[in-house]
Design a protein around this ligand. Structure first.
Ligand code: NOJ
Length: 805
């Protein structure tokens, strides 16, 4: 069954059935002000910090039919009675004639037709202001006159999101609301916990006069809250009580009475939700956005931003699902993961200290370099500033306070308090940024360190290049019994937490890649007095890796402290891990025959029609000495589930080995757009990647979870654009080296690079996967595969012929 369709022309996915298996969401605004809105109008909005400055009370774990954060009721009056409908379907669940949720970049637009009333609501946060706008139009589509009212509602949380749930004594005694009635008939409801009254207040208002309001939830629902959100008792009477709550569960409801609306006539009004220091500070922004024309132009500005954002690279391949992902939804998801890291989603609830993950964001940023290089640079600086002077890195940080922590590792005294991979990700992130932008001066920018031998504050400062060198030095100095890098608390796989002294093959490979990137960088910028040391280090680690890690048919994943291999044929569970096969190829460690064999073993033992499993077989029982992996049943998440983040690494490895058919098979089998007609099995949004899909050892094989905030977005984008389509920025220019399915006749890419615009047409007359035989730039043949850097603002036609040789 399908629940909607892609409207590529408008950059939208349109949901046409509100009863999706789980809520499908969209992001509005940014981490500075914004959050997510679900397809039934519920919204989780916060300002600056989801943990400590949350505005609406959205409880994801409640059933889908429940009110969550925000809604709108419409009332139709007749015969002295009111019929209450929910234009967003939830919470009244009325039968509808039409329902659409247009999930667009930066906005959701819900259109419904219920009981002769069409309601259209566009929900967004404008670019330059911190305010949630709902632009609402109600139309009488019946044949007779109607009397219509509209009652938008927000339920507030205490700003300290966790306190809301952990303290039902203090929180309700602090919550207060006040109403400011204006001469024009409009009304501004303000709300705050008492201690913030003079510092920051939430406000909710609209552009239309209101006849009454409510701020107390118990009065709105009625009957001591035995009234329900589906049918609030307050809506049975003519007016709301106009209570200014002095405690309790606060909400903001505004009664708009539009009176008689003739057939075909509409009423438009705007609602505004925000947070300011004082009501005086709120007035300019309220007045600005009560104006319909201003709202229209703010929306148009946002549309233009996204149009330009998408236009920076557009592809046209023979595969429509690949096109819509690479042109619209994947760059959009990359932008969101770059902004929100793993902070706030239906799965990452934003209550605690997690904030921005260093490992995660260092990879997310790889997916946005080509479209928002300046923002990427800012994020890189933040990431480097939580590096310790010894070269290791803190694991995560709060982007507002920049206070960092060691993640889950701090909870285990018997484990090292660092993750073996965090610090190394900075190197490919910085080199990728320089390759995209040419901003070599970034290497000399001074960035502070976070921790000076265990002490915070006054921590020293050094250049970006120095940060990168310290990262390499840290791994080089933390080597185990086989001569391979120590695991620390964990590497990319958070859930394998072996005893101190265990070694990680993944870190060895990431170190190998980081060394190669460093050598290439130093050679390019002529600062190669260190390059030969790094070459020696690379050759040494590659040698050790191949000596110890080959298991016969594939590579081993870890050595435990006593030398026991994990990810070996010797193991009963977790015999083979996918990252141990893809990464030796990516790192340039695998000799050709071993690389091919490792990738084929992964194909044979780990691939499923829904994606490649992380490992197999799954552990079947809790084993504290292995760690979190054994908390999952076999086939779920890191315990043999399809952990999608790792799948693009296999695509990349296959393109390096020249197998374009398999790379594309891997691409397609996890492409969410290609799952649009399998939603009853998959369940998640078909317009963004999920983090995981249950694998074939699990009874619910094919079920996706943890959509939106996943490293899958960045890596699927990189695998698609840089490796399958093969358009890769380098220091010297733009490489074109595709690895595509043999049956493709070719494809085109329009891309901006260093300010110039390239239209690249790739033709595949011999039906090969890989092998560039000719590149012609503006009618002139060039040698090699790198299109040189051309003048900014100039446009160029590039023709590329693939062939057998
Ligand atoms: C999700 C985490 O955010 C990420 O950092 C980690 O690499 C994966 N889980 C795998 O454990």
């Amino acid at each position: 069954m399908t629940y909607g369709y892609f409207d590529d022309k408008n950059f939208e996915y349109v949901i046409t059935n509100p009863k999706t298996p789980v809520k499908w969401i969209n992001y509005i605004g940014t981490i500075a002000f914004g959050g997510f809105v679900d397809h039934t109008g519920g919204a989780l909005i916060c300002k600056g910090d989801p943990a400590l400055n949350r505005i609406t009370r959205y409880i994801p774990q409640l059933p889908s039919s429940e009110f969550k954060g925000t809604t709108l009721y419409v009332r139709i009056s007749g015969n002295g009675q009111y019929q209450v409908i929910s234009p967003y379907f939830v919470p009244s669940l009325n039968p509808y004639d039409r329902y659409e949720c247009h999930v667009g970049p930066g906005y959701s637009k819900i259109v419904s037709e219920i009981a002769g009333v069409r309601t259209e609501t566009t929900i967004f946060v404008p670019f330059n202001d911190h305010i949630e706008i709902r632009d609402i139009r109600i139309t009488n589509i019946d044949t007779k006159e109607m009397f219509l009212d509209a009652i938008p509602v927000n339920e507030y949380t205490h700003p300290d999101a966790l306190k809301q749930f952990t303290n039902a004594d203090w929180v309700p005694q602090t919550m207060q609301s006040r109403a400011i009635r204006e001469d024009s008939g409009t009304c501004i409801l303000i709300q705050y916990p008492f201690m913030f009254r003079d510092i920051k207040i939430n406000f909710f208002t609209s552009s239309h006069p209101v006849s009454s309001f409510e701020t107390d939830r118990s009065l709105f629902l009625g009957d001591h809250e035995y009234g329900t959100w589906a049918n609030p008792q307050a809506l049975a009477g003519d007016e709301l009580s106009c209570c200014e709550a002095n405690r309790g569960d606060n909400l903001a409801a505004l009664m708009h009475r539009f009176g008689s609306v003739a057939p075909g006539e509409s009423r438009r009004f705007i609602t505004l939700l925000g947070q300011v220091e004082s009501i005086t500070a709120a007035m300019p922004i309220i007045e600005k956005y009560r104006n319909h024309a201003t709202v229209d132009s703010a929306f148009e500005d946002m549309r233009m931003f996204w149009k330009n954002h998408f236009e920076k690279m557009q592809v046209s391949t023979p595969d429509a699902d690949m096109n819509r992902m690479l042109n619209i939804h994947n760059p959009r998801q990359c932008y969101i993961t770059k902004n929100w890291s793993r902070y706030l989603s239906l799965y990452q609830l934003g209550f605690g200290a997690r904030g921005i993950g260093v490992r995660d964001s260092s990879q997310d940023v790889l997916g946005v370099m080509d479209r928002i290089p300046a923002e990427s640079r800012d994020l890189l600086k933040k990431l480097l500033s939580v590096q310790n002077t010894n070269g290791s890195s803190m694991h995560q940080f709060n982007p507002v306070t920049m206070i960092a922590n060691e993640g889950d590792s701090r909870e285990r005294e018997d484990h090292p308090h660092y993750y073996g991979d965090d610090h190394l990700w900075a190197i490919p992130a910085v080199t990728s940024y320089i390759k995209e932008t040419g901003d070599i001066d970034f290497l000399d920018e001074n960035i502070p360190f976070y921790n000076d031998n265990g002490k915070n504050g006054n921590n020293g400062i050094d250049t970006v290049l120095d940060h990168m060198q310290r990262a390499l030095a840290f791994t080089n100095a933390n080597i185990g019994a086989h001569g391979l890098p120590l695991l620390g608390f964990a590497d990319w796989n958070d859930t394998i937490n072996l005893a101190k002294g265990a070694e990680s093959m993944f870190i060895a490979c990431l170190y190998g890649l980081a060394l190669t990137e460093m050598i290439e960088l130093l050679d390019f910028c002529g600062r190669n007095n260190y390059a030969h040391y790094y070459r020696n280090d690379f050759n040494a680690i590659k040698r050790v890796f191949n000596k110890c890690a080959w298991d016969g048919e594939w590579y081993v994943r870890y050595f435990d402290v006593d030398g026991t291999p994990l990810g070996s044929n010797l193991n009963e569970h977790g015999k083979i891990y996918v990252n141990a096969q893809s990464w030796p190829v990516i790192a340039g460690f695998a000799e050709d025959h071993r690389g091919r064999k490792a990738l084929d073993s992964a194909y044979k033992l780990l691939n499923t029609k829904n994606g490649i499993k992380l490992s197999a077989p799954g552990f079947n029982g809790f084993a504290p000495n292995k760690g979190g992996i054994t908390t999952y049943p076999p086939g779920a998440k890191e315990n043999g589930g399809i952990f999608l983040h790792t799948n693009p690494w296999m695509m990349i490895a296959e393109t390096i080995m020249g197998n374009g058919d398999r790379a594309f098979e891997y691409y397609t089998q996890i492409n969410p757009a290609a799952k649009n007609d399998k939603i009853d099995e998959y369940e998640c949004e078909p317009y963004v990647y999920a983090q995981n899909i249950l694998a074939d050892e699990h009874p619910q094989f094919g079920l996706g979870r943890n959509s939106w905030l996943s490293g899958t977005a960045s890596w699927a984008y990189q695998a698609g654009t840089r490796y399958i389509l093969g358009i890769r920025p380098e220091y010297q220019g733009l490489t074109v080296d595709p690895c595509i399915p043999k049956q493709w006749d070719g494809f085109t890419v329009n891309r901006r690079f260093r300010g110039a615009h390239y239209t690249i047409e790739v033709i595949n007359p011999d039906h090969v996967s890989k092998g560039v035989t000719l590149i012609v730039v503006d009618g002139k043949q060039i040698s090699g595969k790198i299109i040189p850097i051309l003048d900014a603002e100039s446009s160029h036609e590039v023709k590329v012929i693939l062939g057998a040789g």
